[in-house]
Design a protein around this ligand. Structure first.
Ligand SMILES: N[C@@H](CCC(=O)N[C@@H](CS)C(=O)NCC(=O)O)C(=O)O
Length: 199
């Protein structure tokens, strides 16, 4: 298997983290999103939407969208429960992540970390803050009651949300007001198979 991605991108790092937990052998192909790496014909042949991460199977099939990749890789493992209710709860959190969390926290982080917070994007960066804090508050309420998001153990719901939450400060979101979120981040980072964004 090959993964096309940038380990510093939370969406790509999610895949690296699950692959580490599952000890899945793979080749990582770095894509630089700032120099047009997702706009080449070769890359668009892998993902017509021009975004990383992309998983390429040994038989050539390709899969985009980080959470779809997580579902594919986790099927048949404890990271995606067989029970259909718990499975739907995993999806509930993954849809939350893509609609209510990532568009705020990941985008603010991209503007600050990748683009260096240019003056012309300052208003957009500022406008992302309220939505990001709303998402963090939802997580805090849940994690104040439960150690993980679904079924009392770590699943791909946690991996999806950890991707950008643990580096939320790089998007201007201090986690000081979210003690349960911070404790959950520490639980995930303490796992023996954990890998960081720095490899
Ligand atoms: N919903 C997608 C989002 C993927 C995404 O936004 N990827 C960004 C990097 S984090 C990207 O490829 N940006 C480069 C571009 O749009 O050209 C997923 O979860 O995989």
């Amino acid at each position: 298997m090959r993964v096309f991605g940038d380990i510093q991108s939370g969406n790509c790092y999610k895949i690296k983290l699950l692959m580490s937990h599952l000890a899945l052998p793979h080749q990582w192909e770095h894509v630089n999103i700032l120099d047009g790496g997702t706009r080449t014909d070769a890359f668009l042949a892998l993902n017509a939407n021009g975004k990383i991460p992309v998983l390429v199977l040994d038989d050539g099939r390709t899969l985009a969208e980080s959470n779809a990749i997580l579902n594919f890789l986790a099927t048949g493992t404890p990271y995606l429960p067989d029970d259909r209710w718990l499975r739907a709860k995993v999806l509930e959190w993954q849809f939350f992540e893509q609609y209510s969390h990532e568009p705020y926290i990941a985008t603010a982080r991209f503007i600050a970390k990748y683009l260096g917070l240019p003056a012309e994007r300052r208003a957009e960066f500022d406008a992302k803050q309220a939505g990001g804090h709303k998402a963090l508050a939802v997580m805090e309420r849940t994690l104040a009651q439960e150690p993980y998001f679904v079924g009392g153990r770590m699943t791909i719901a946690d991996i999806s949300l950890y991707g950008y939450t643990h580096v939320a400060d790089e998007g201007g979101f201090e986690l000081g007001a979210y003690p349960a979120v911070r404790a959950w981040c520490a639980r995930i980072a303490a796992h023996p198979r954990h890998v960081t964004m720095d490899g």
